[in-house]
Design a binder for this molecule. Structure first.
Ligand SMILES: *Cc1c(COP(=O)(O)O)cnc(C)c1O
Length: 413
């Protein structure tokens, strides 16, 4: 019983620190209006930025994929699990990114988490030592990928290109790799990609961009952050996820054909896992058509409208924002991620619960996902939301009593 006692004690400690997490059982499809525990909720917590998770064309494609390819792939890609649907998806992505990456090729992977593990380990596995330079606020999957790679890892302060430059210049490593979220998942900040790319080219480093939250959302045709700022380079390695704005599941890496071939040959997170169900890749092909076509443009325009409505409405709701160090404060961004920083772990959970009591689902994010003292309501918008939905959220926040100086007394609501 000793082992279990230790775990029980660890869990009690999480409780004591207000850090115990609980899952909620969703009974209906991912969409703004959902049923959870028999109650209806308005969701502002998903990453389904374009509302494609329940889009009729995507659902029809998924069903068609099942009839064409069955349920599972049956094996890993290098054995017998690489289907025509995976191949078509990779060819389509390669074609889409050709304007940004010379000799572009793409690889589809089961998840974004695995894609980051694959890229960071495969690119640093060659002869000679390698060093990974990673933004301090990068996603957990990047942190884990960097650790797994066994390369030297150097963390640079969030968005700090000057410090990164100094770090790159003193590095003796044969292979240098800079990795960053394009849109920081818990903040909505966009990385200074043009500056980072210039630096990487000058210093002979790879730039790995994790576009989990930019793909589908940013760029004229929804190709994400690198289209948004129009990057072109053979040094660019792009990772995108297909379970967020694309509404399905999986991920891809787009890069020079040689990089992709290297992933196929030595990325263990790609090689040693069963290929995702081909039907998913088949459905993603339809998501890509929507994202890059007229519908995608209309969805992004609507999403931007909602952001404008939100930013005006919320400005009147929160206490004076003169002192940005005072919580709660809104981290405005040009993305659908609009966090409201509360600060304290328990206060954020009280606020989240008070919103839930009004049928509004906004997840509280605590440490270690975000730095201690910056617990936040991570509010996300989707093109599936309406103006009324946004108005309801603003009303809901108004019913909470925020007082300056972090004392958020959500119980009063
Ligand atoms: C969600 C996310 C991932 C992981 O992608 P999955 O497909 O969900 O595994 C990687 N990086 C960032 C920045 C993310 O937000």
């Amino acid at each position: 019983m000793k082992l279990l006692d230790q775990l029980t004690q660890d869990l009690a400690e999480l409780d004591a620190r207000g850090l115990r997490r609980v899952r909620q059982v969703v009974q209906t499809p991912c969409a703004p209006h959902q049923t959870v525990d028999g109650q209806s909720r308005l969701n502002f917590s998903s990453n389904d930025y374009l509302g494609l998770a329940k889009h009729p064309q995507v659902l029809a494609a998924l069903q068609e994929g099942v009839s064409l390819y069955g349920a599972g792939s049956g094996a890993s890609h290098l054995i017998s699990g690489h289907s025509l649907a995976h191949e078509q998806l990779e060819n389509k992505l390669a074609q889409l990114y050709a304007p940004h990456i010379p000799q572009a090729r793409a690889l589809s992977l089961c998840t974004g988490y695995m894609a980051n593990l694959a890229v960071l380990s495969a690119l640093t596995a060659g002869a000679g030592d390698a060093e990974i330079f990673s933004d301090a606020l990068n996603h957990a999957s990047i942190i884990d990928g960097a650790r797994l790679s066994r390369a030297k890892v150097t963390v640079y302060p969030h968005l700090d290109v000057n410090t990164l430059r100094a770090q790159l210049r003193i590095s003796q490593a044969a292979t240098k790799l800079v990795v960053t979220d394009s849109v920081f998942s818990m903040d909505g900040h966009i990385a200074p990609l043009p500056e980072l790319l210039r630096l990487c080219e000058a210093e002979g480093a790879w730039l790995v961009v994790d576009d989990a939250h930019g793909f589908g959302v940013l760029g004229r045709s929804g190709l994400g952050a690198i289209e948004h700022v129009d990057l072109h380079s053979p040094n660019l390695v792009l990772m995108g996820t297909l379970g967020k704005a694309a509404g399905v599941a999986g991920a891809f890496v787009a890069a020079h054909a040689t990089v992709i071939e290297c992933l196929v040959q030595r990325a263990r997170a790609y090689i040693y896992t069963t290929a995702a169900p081909p039907a998913l890749a088949h459905a993603v092909l339809t998501s890509l058509d929507i994202i890059t076509g007229a519908q995608g443009m209309a969805l992004r325009a609507h999403l931007n409208d909602l952001l404008a409505v939100w930013q005006t409405g919320v400005a009147d709701t929160l206490p004076s924002q003169d002192d940005a160090a005072q919580a709660p404060w809104l981290m405005t961004s040009a993305t659908p991620i609009q966090p409201l920083v509360v600060g304290d772990n328990r206060a954020v959970m009280r606020a989240s619960q008070a919103l839930l009591d009004q049928g509004l689902w906004v997840t509280g994010i605590r440490t270690p996902t975000v730095p201690q003292g910056t617990a936040r309501l991570r509010i996300t918008f989707s093109a599936a939301h309406t103006h009324d939905d946004v108005a309801r959220l603003i009303e809901g926040l108004r019913a909470l009593s925020f007082t300056p100086g972090m004392a958020l007394t959500a119980e009063a609501a």
